[in-house]
Design a protein. Structure first.
Length: 50
């Protein structure tokens, strides 16, 4: 358990960054999966979508 104010702050920052990274990782994996599926299906319209 964090004891000093600095270590308590770092613990809070770590929790926040972990949540942000988790969401980003999920979004990227979903995007990559959709792109790979589109490539396999030969669907170029999905790839050109912004």
């Amino acid at each position: 358990m964090a004891n000093t104010p600095q270590s308590k702050k770092r613990a809070r920052q770590t929790l926040r960054s972990t949540e942000v990274n988790k969401a980003r990782r999920s979004r990227i994996r979903t995007f990559v999966r959709k792109v790979e599926e589109a490539i396999a299906a030969g669907n170029a319209r999905v790839l050109a979508k912004p």
